[in-house]
Design a protein. Structure first.
Length: 68
């Protein structure tokens, strides 16, 4: 299993975490998503290669900002 961590700005509560997790858990290739508003991180576990740009766009579409 591979893992990537995306730094996200704008998550303020567990509700924000759940919004991100609910959208990303349906993305093909993703096995597990864990968002943490206190750390400002979204951890993604996957087996197959994933399209990180697509994932970042989905997070931004929810109103959050990706730290580059």
């Amino acid at each position: 299993m591979k893992e990537t961590i995306i730094k996200v700005q704008g998550m303020e509560c567990t509700g924000c975490e759940k919004r991100i997790e609910n959208v990303l858990k349906n993305v093909e290739g993703i096995e597990k998503v864990t968002a943490n508003h206190q750390k400002g991180e979204v951890t993604i576990e996957y087996k197959e290669e994933i399209n990180q740009k697509e994932i970042e766009e989905k997070i931004e579409d929810l109103g959050f900002e990706i730290e580059k």
